[in-house]
Design a protein around this ligand. Structure first.
Ligand code: HEC
Length: 299
């Protein structure tokens, strides 16, 4: 059963009634976090990344990293509600034991808010985007060789590449995820391509914190921006300042990044970022190859 749009509307209405005029319309992320830990933590881990012992016991499961932006940008709020309400994935697969009838619509909304608050959005990098694609690419043998030189092992050869497009959007129309099908892809105009976006987790030099980072490239392979999700605004600004030292670099294929001049612990940052940024660049190489093959086929 699909989650009817009307129920979402009802949730929005009841939330609007609950919220005072001055508070924005949003769920309570803190309440969502404790619900998540209680109801979902046994499998998804209380951080949403997957509980290690559950994963070890179910190696065949496709448990996603629920707080990874590359996952969340491909799911609407409605689809996340559906996963909890009816136990269906976005492609209508049934997840055993996944109907949480003890959670009210408001509870589900709060859980979703907590997940969303930890992730980055396409709009954070490409405010003009009206649509985007998302595709997990497996790097081919040529890219794999280049990646091996920056320390990637064969289990790390997959990356989700998002590609953002400009266009016209009606007021309040949400950003649209274009399905990865030949018909839909044919309708996209390469001239409207704003760039690509990849997400990864990286250990920050110094603090050792695990950071969720997004890196945006223009269509020619230049780094446009890098952003990080962090609950502490001061720390986020400091991390984004360090990452900003890499903006403007041209990274077309896997490579060891040079330390930026004038950045504290610049060599350590360059070392930490070389592998994930290289993987992103090789993912974009795969995107371009895919597109060339598709266009050749069209002729
Ligand atoms: C018994 C273990 C278990 C529990 C408890 C559990 N999940 Fe899951 N969940 C899974 C598995 C396994 C998948 C992957 C299913 C697949 O893709 O085949 C999944 C997938 C999902 C998805 C992705 C659906 C999609 O569209 O791909 C979401 C969202 C999700 N769970 C949210 C939650 C939330 C929120 C809770 C708590 C209210 C929760 N889960 C509790 C096992 C669990």
């Amino acid at each position: 059963m699909r989650f009817a749009p009307i129920s979402i509307f009802a949730v929005a209405l009841s939330l609007a009634a609950a919220a005072s005029a001055s508070t924005p319309l949003r769920g309570d992320a803190e309440a969502g976090q404790s619900l998540f830990s209680l109801e979902c933590g046994a499998c998804h881990g209380s951080d949403g990344k997957g509980h290690p012992s559950w994963k070890a016991a179910h190696p065949e499961s496709r448990l996603p990293d629920l707080v990874h932006s590359a996952f969340l940008v491909t799911r609407t709020d409605e689809q996340l509600h559906q996963a909890m309400a009816t136990g269906h994935t976005v492609d209508q697969r049934w997840i055993p034991g996944h109907v949480f009838s003890n959670l009210s619509a408001l509870d589900r909304w709060n859980v979703i808010q907590w997940l969303r608050d930890q992730s980055l959005r396409v709009e954070d990098f490409f405010p003009q985007a009206v649509k985007f694609t998302a595709k997990a690419f497996r790097i081919d043998e040529y890219g794999a060789k280049r990646l091996a030189a920056v320390g990637a092992d064969p289990s790390e050869l997959e990356v989700v590449v998002l590609t953002a497009y400009r266009g016209t959007r009606k007021p309040n129309e949400p950003l649209r995820l274009v399905p990865w099908t030949p018909v839909e892809l044919d309708l996209l105009d390469a001239k409207e391509r704003l760039g690509h976006l990849c997400f990864f987790d990286v250990r920050a030099p110094g603090s050792g914190e695990l950071l969720h980072v997004g890196v945006a490239f223009d269509p020619a392979g230049q780094i446009l921006s890098m952003r990080v999700r962090h609950p502490d605004a001061t720390k986020r600004a400091a991390y984004e300042k360090a990452l900003g030292a890499f903006v403007g670099r041209n990274v077309k294929t896997a490579q060891k990044l040079d330390a930026p001049r004038g950045l504290a612990q610049g060599a350590a940052w360059a070392q930490a970022l070389s592998k994930p940024i290289s993987l992103a660049a090789e993912g974009i190489v795969m995107f371009d190859k895919d597109e060339r093959a598709r266009r050749a086929f069209d002729l």
